[in-house]
Design a protein around this ligand. Structure first.
Ligand SMILES: Cc1ncc(COP(=O)(O)O)c(C=O)c1O
Length: 411
């Protein structure tokens, strides 16, 4: 049965993003590059400004008022993140620069301690380079093997063959929740359950889902989950890694420096517990505060409502793409993330994206950090439109009109 979600006032919400009133080449901006980064509402900008104007100081080490205020806000932000993704405790949240850094942390700290040369790391063919290259580096260093769950022609994972890939040598299974090129939504709870049956650690790349739909790590049953603030209304340079307490506490530090130690002699050091053990140096305090403000903002709208909105817009866009001749749309036809990747026979994605920009339409053209996936679909790149809750049907109509012009121009 479909859950009933109350409908937010999308028009009023859109007005809180003043950047959406910008023009590009003298035309009203249509911003459809949300999978790369989202725009920021006034509430987030205000939170960052408020912090710098009233509370700015370094965290944890200070005994003065501002330092106490900054520390309190920073640690409160950690609790906000924990609540947002259903973590059992704030200590399960490590602040990082984003998804990429979160995955590198796991690859280095977990991989360095637990991976052996006979072991296998299981990934999928649809991974973003940030969930591929760190594992390649790790496997290369240890001499371990990488294995990949194939992607079917319709953009879904070939789950019928999953059991044949999940053999006892697999020590870690890392996969994306939502594909940034295809929009595919993977059944991550099922993937985690199957991985657990063979004792493998699971890593979920939630870069394209954390701001778009409800995500609860305990329901998913993952060991690690990574996401980026800037893809969900928060500033750039801040993100998080969730690590299940038992696993996170078993990891050694990965970066050394201030903030992460208990005591230091010239010869050796002892380290704090998680999460501070993994946060060497001065953290992105304003970023964490901005992320907490973004989470409050998103929660106020409701992630279920955001998902419904995005889905409706994506379905509408897919329907209207049918009008455009010579257009190949990638990805599943059913429920999917707010991402439409397409290839126009007559134009290179870069040329099409540049053409669209002349009309004020921000798309993204290229391999989207998915080179192996592009190869799998026999293309060098795609053009991608990606939506968020502040986008409208009228903007989709605007895009289709511009793409009609492109079809005429490039034919
Ligand atoms: C699925 C996926 N994973 C990882 C990343 C990397 O995110 P970041 O560059 O914020 O670390 C992205 C960014 O596009 C992504 O779409």
């Amino acid at each position: 049965m479909h859950k009933i979600v109350s409908v937010p006032n999308w028009i009023r919400i859109r007005e809180e993003f003043s950047i959406l009133r910008e023009q590009a080449h003298g035309r009203p901006l249509i911003y459809f590059d949300n999978a790369a980064t989202t725009q920021k509402p006034r509430a987030v900008l205000d939170a960052v400004r408020q912090y710098y104007e009233h509370d700015n100081a370094n965290v944890h080490r200070g005994l003065h008022t501002l330092s106490a205020r900054a520390t309190e806000a920073y640690e409160r932000a950690r609790q906000t993140v924990a609540d947002y993704i259903g973590a059992a405790a704030a200590d399960e949240i490590v602040f990082t620069r984003g998804t990429t850094e979160s995955i590198n942390l796991v690859a280095q700290a977990w991989g360095g301690k637990f991976l052996r040369s006979a072991d296998v790391i299981l990934l999928t063919e649809m991974e973003h380079h940030s969930n591929l290259v760190p594992w390649q580096l790790l496997a290369g260093r240890i001499g371990a093997t990488l294995r990949f769950v194939p992607v079917r022609d319709d953009g879904s994972l070939d789950l019928d063959r999953l059991s044949s890939f999940l053999t006892p040598e697999v020590k870690l299974f890392a996969f994306t929740h939502v594909s940034n090129s295809l929009g595919t939504i993977n059944p991550i709870a099922e993937l985690c359950r199957k991985a657990r049956e063979i004792g493998a650690i699971t890593v979920v790349d939630a870069a394209q889902s954390a701001g778009h739909k409800p995500v609860n790590v305990q329901e998913i049953g993952c060991d690690f989950l990574a996401f980026s603030g800037h893809k969900m209304c928060a500033p750039t340079g801040i993100g998080a890694l969730y690590g299940r307490a038992e696993v996170l506490n078993s990891l050694p530090p990965w970066h050394g420096g201030g903030e992460m130690i208990v005591s230091v002699t010239l010869e050796k050091s002892s380290f704090k517990k998680a999460p501070h053990r993994f946060e060497a140096g001065t953290p992105n305090i304003a970023g964490a505060i901005g992320l907490a403000a973004a989470i409050d903002y998103i929660e106020n709208i409701g992630r279920a409502a955001i998902f419904e909105h995005d889905l409706g817009l994506t379905r509408y866009a897919l329907e209207r793409f049918g009008e455009l001749p010579g257009m190949r749309v990638l990805g599943p036809s059913g429920e999917r993330g707010a991402i439409v990747g397409f290839v126009m026979e007559a134009a290179h994605p870069h040329d099409l994206t540049t053409f669209a920009d002349q009309y004020g339409l921000a798309l993204r053209g290229g391999h989207h950090c998915n080179q192996p996936l592009m190869r799998r679909f026999g293309v060098t790149g795609t053009t991608r439109a990606s939506f968020y809750f502040y986008n409208t049907k009228e903007e989709v109509d605007g895009m289709i009109e511009i793409l009609h012009k492109a079809v005429k121009f490039f034919q």
